[in-house]
Design a protein around this ligand. Structure first.
Ligand code: IMP
Length: 196
C-alpha cells in the first residue's frame, strides 16, 4: 500500500490535463508538472512508436530527476492508411504542427476511400521506483467526410467514435472525457497505482 500524498511527476505543462488526472487519482498521489519541478528543457521524442516515445520521455525525466513519473503519447491510427498518421499525428500536415493542415491532408488521403475505420490510441509509460510499466487506451471510430463541430482540438472535427452520430468536436467535453483514449489509458494507470 502506498503512503498518502506520494509525489508523481506528469510529463506535461498542460494545467488542464494535470487537473483532470489528479482528479481521477484522488489524494493518494500528488501530481507535479514539469514546471513544478523546474524541468524546462525540451523532452526528447525520437522514436517511431507511441510506446517507445512514452518510455523515452518518462525515462528522460526519471534519469534527470530520480523521481517517479509518467509520460503519455497519442496517435490517430487509420486502417486504410496502414495505421498512419499514428505516432506522427501532430506533424502530419507539416512540421508547424497545425491541426487544420493535418485534417486537410487526412481528408485528401481518404478521398474516395470507403474504409473510414480509425482509432485514437494513447500509451502511458510510468516509472515507479525505477521500474517501467505501460498502459494503453483506445477509442474506435471512423473518419467522417468533412469537418463537424467546433469543440475539442486536433482531429476532433473529423473523428466520430463508434456508437455515436456526432464527432468528438460536437460532444460536450465531459462526454468526450468519459470515452476518450486518454481517459481510458489514465483509468488503467489509476487502477494500477491504487493497487501499488
Ligand atoms: P499528444 O501525444 O497528446 O501530444 O497527441 C499527438 C497528436 O495527436 C496531437 O497533436 C493531435 O493532433 C492528436 N490528438 C491527440 N489526442 C487527440 C484528441 O483527443 N482529439 C484529437 N486529436 C488528438
Amino acid at each position: 500500500m502506498l503512503q498518502p500524498f506520494r509525489e508523481l511527476v506528469f510529463a506535461t505543462n498542460n494545467a488542464h490535463k494535470l487537473f483532470e488526472v489528479q482528479h481521477l487519482l484522488g489524494d493518494s498521489f500528488k501530481l507535479l508538472s514539469l514546471q513544478d519541478i523546474n524541468l524546462i528543457e525540451e523532452i526528447p521524442e525520437d522514436y517511431d512508436t507511441l510506446e517507445k516515445n512514452a518510455l523515452q520521455k518518462a525515462w528522460h525525466i526519471y534519469n534527470r530527476t530520480n523521481r517517479s513519473c509518467f509520460a503519455d503519447d497519442t496517435g490517430l491510427e487509420v486502417e486504410a492508411l496502414d495505421g498512419r498518421p499514428g505516432v506522427y499525428s501532430a506533424r502530419y500536415g507539416g512540421e508547424h504542427r497545425n491541426s487544420k493542415d493535418n485534417i486537410i491532408k487526412l481528408l485528401n488521403e481518404l478521398q474516395g476511400v470507403n474504409n473510414r475505420k480509425a482509432r485514437f490510441r494513447t500509451v502511458i509509460a510510468l516509472i515507479l521506483d525505477g521500474k517501467d510499466f505501460l498502459f494503453e487506451g483506445i477509442v474506435n471510430g471512423k473518419i467522417v467526410d468533412s469537418e463537424r463541430g467546433v469543440d475539442g482540438f486536433g482531429y476532433d472535427p473529423v473523428f466520430q467514435p463508434d456508437g455515436y452520430a456526432i464527432t468528438f468536436a460536437e460532444m460536450a467535453i465531459d462526454q468526450k472525457n468519459q470515452i476518450s483514449h486518454r481517459a481510458r489509458a489514465v483509468n488503467c494507470l489509476v487502477d494500477f497505482l491504487r493497487k501499488h
